[in-house]
Each structure stands twice: as structure tokens, then as C-alpha cells.
Write a protein that binds this ligand. Structure first.
Ligand code: NAP
Length: 312
């Protein structure tokens, strides 16, 4: 047993984004003295610039600032933070142990809010222009692309949804898909096909994002012939799926779905008593800062009730 493991916490919160921070705020205000294992990598909001859809900020707020303010608020009420990565999770008699690179931390209850990350293509140019025309969230950034020409990459429901949303702002939307059919539901496909301002380029992959300081175009390649063409575009939205940050849970007894998302019920309970889920780690639909915050609040209230039931 490591030295950190000897101290028993009421509740440990795993994660550093809006779900984890809101859970920390609520747990701290309930005097549970939560320990937050917030991880080393920035959360999704900290990678965003202008956040214009978080209630209470009519002039918008910068993603990192919103996250920092939430952390300060949780700290003010007694939340403690360790900025290390969770590397494992196990149940041991009446406690749970979260393993980290610094040793294990033990608690009666755990809120898992370690988030998800958007899949990217892995291109150097895509990374260079991230936040300068390349985005993974149309709901967040569409309004910045009024009157522009946009490329959307992907062929699932997210790509359809993002293209339809973007078409309200953009001059044109071109979906680049690597096959000759979409995997999206028929109803979403039909909506896309019925929109004059959305075009589809089949059987192509993005080779490079072009531009100097900001995105000016996208070079695409035909998957069979290898022929390339350049599309004029001032923005590129990636909608090729998300990956939940649950690799460290794979050997544990907590139940994940076939895509690695944490399984939770409407009250944020997982299959293990006293273990709750919040935010994008359990959300394949909404993925918004405000919904993450909402489920973080729910999870903390459920943890409080659980701890009370242990005392009773
Ligand atoms: P998805 O269904 O996994 O689709 C990902 C798409 O991206 C696929 O078309 C895939 O191509 C493509 N793709 C993946 N990796 C790629 C790469 N490296 N290069 C180029 N293309 C790549 O993901 P999703 O659209 O995010 O949806 C996830 C889940 O949420 C689904 O169950 C979906 O139904 C659900 N969802 C529902 C709604 C809604 O109902 N309103 C909205 C959004 C999401 P291939 O097809 O060739 O594999």
C-alpha cells in the first residue's frame, strides 16, 4: 500500500473538465473534501477558444478561462487537486483505489469524469491550424464561419448533424468522405441531400490542410486513383468520432460499452455501488460543456447520498 493510499477520502473525482470541476464544486460545498485527480492533458474546453454557448456569458468566454474559473471555485470551497493521470482503478473490500503515476488514492466513492477526445486525422497541418480554421465542434464554432466555405470530414451522424448546422452560417459545406456511402442514419442523410448548399465528395481523404496563418484550402486525394484536388475552404470540421478516456478502466470491474464509454443510468450510477459517471466519458450524444457540468452536479449529489447511506 502506498503512502497516499493510507488516507481514506470520501470521494475522488477523476478528470479535469467541466464535469469533474462541477462535481468537485458540489462535493466541496457538501463538505465532502473531494480529491480531484485532474490529469496532465488539457480537457476539451481548454483546447477551445471562444465559448459562446455557455449560459451567463453574453459576450462569450475563452475555454481555458472558464475551466480555470471553475477550478478556482471548487478550490475555494475546499476541493483538492492533484495534476496526475489516473492509470488504473480497482475495488478493494469497502474502498476503491485510483492508481496514478504517484501511487494509489483510496476513497469510499468515486466520480469518473475523465472525458473523451475527438478523433483527428493525425496530419501535421491539421494540428497546426487547430483553432485557426480547424475545429472538432460545429456547435461551438459554426458562428465564426459566417459566409465561408467549409469542409466537413466524416460520414456518420455527427458529420451530417455538423454539416446541417454549419450550413445555417456557411456559404457552402463540402462533406469529404472516404467511402462511397455514409454510415449515418437515412433520415440524417436525406436532410443533407436535400440541402442545396451541402455538396458531397465521395471516396476522398484529406491529405493536407493548406494556408499560411489560417486555413485557406484543403488538399484531398482519391482513395483508389490517388488523384489529388484542392478545395477552397476557410474552415475544416472533423466529425470522425470520439474516443472516451477510459483506457485506464479496461482491467477494472466498472462496465464499459462496446465503444469504451462508461455505462451509467439516468442518475449517473455505474454498475459499481458508490461509483458514478459524469460528462463526455458517458455521453455519446450531447457532449456540451453545459451538459457535462449538469451531469457533474448530478453525480456529486448522488455520491453525497451514497456516502450518507453508508453512515446510516
Ligand atoms: P461514427 O458513426 O463512428 O462515424 C465516424 C465517421 O468518420 C465514419 O463515417 C468513418 O468512416 C469516418 N472516419 C473515421 N475515421 C476516419 C479517418 N481516419 N479518416 C476519414 N474518415 C474517418 O461517429 P459519429 O458520427 O461521431 O457518431 C457516433 C455515435 O453517435 C453513432 O452511434 C451515431 O449514431 C451517434 N450520433 C447520433 C446523432 C443523432 O442521432 N442526432 C448525432 C451524432 C452522433 P467509415 O464510415 O468509412 O468508417
Amino acid at each position: 500500500m502506498s503512502t497516499t493510499e493510507q488516507q481514506m477520502h470520501n470521494v475522488i473525482i477523476i478528470g479535469g473538465g467541466m464535469a469533474a470541476l462541477t462535481a468537485a464544486l458540489y462535493a466541496a460545498r457538501a463538505e465532502l473534501h473531494p480529491l480531484v485527480i485532474s490529469g496532465r492533458a488539457p480537457d476539451q474546453l481548454s483546447l477551445t477558444t471562444d465559448v459562446e454557448n455557455y449560459p451567463g456569458f453574453p459576450d462569450g468566454v475563452q475555454g481555458p478561462e472558464l475551466v480555470q474559473r471553475c477550478r478556482q471555485q471548487a478550490e475555494k470551497f475546499g476541493g483538492q487537486f492533484v495534476d496526475v493521470d489516473a492509470t488504473g482503478f480497482r475495488q478493494e473490500n469497502d474502498k476503491y483505489v485510483v492508481e496514478t503515476e504517484d501511487g494509489g488514492y483510496a476513497a469510499s466513492s468515486v466520480i469518473i469524469a475523465s472525458g473523451a477526445r475527438a478523433k483527428t486525422l493525425g496530419l501535421e497541418s491539421e494540428e497546426k491550424f487547430f483553432g485557426k480554421g480547424v475545429s472538432t465542434c460545429a456547435t461551438c464554432d459554426a458562428a465564426l464561419f459566417k459566409g465561408k466555405d467549409i469542409v466537413v470530414v466524416g460520414g456518420g451522424d455527427s458529420a451530417m448533424e455538423e454539416s446541417l448546422f454549419l450550413s445555417k452560417f456557411a456559404n457552402s459545406v463540402t462533406i469529404v468522405h472516404r467511402r462511397d456511402e455514409f454510415r449515418a442514419s437515412q433520415i440524417m442523410q436525406n436532410r443533407v441531400f436535400n440541402k442545396d448548399t451541402i455538396n458531397v465528395v465521395w471516396n476522398h481523404e484529406v491529405e493536407e490542410v493548406l494556408g499560411e496563418q489560417i486555413v485557406a484550402g484543403v488538399r484531398i486525394t482519391h482513395v483508389e486513383t490517388g488523384e489529388t484536388q484542392e478545395l477552397d475552404a476557410q474552415g475544416m470540421f472533423l466529425a470522425i468520432g470520439h474516443i472516451p478516456n477510459t483506457e485506464y478502466l479496461e482491467e477494472s470491474a466498472v462496465e464499459l460499452d462496446e465503444h469504451g464509454y462508461l455505462k451509467a443510468n439516468r442518475r449517473m450510477h455505474t454498475n459499481l455501488p458508490g461509483v458514478f459517471a459524469a460528462g463526455d466519458v458517458q455521453d455519446t450524444i450531447y457532449r456540451q460543456a453545459v451538459t457535462a457540468a449538469g451531469t457533474g452536479c448530478q453525480a456529486a449529489m448522488e455520491a453525497e447520498q451514497y456516502l450518507q447511506s453508508l453512515e446510516d
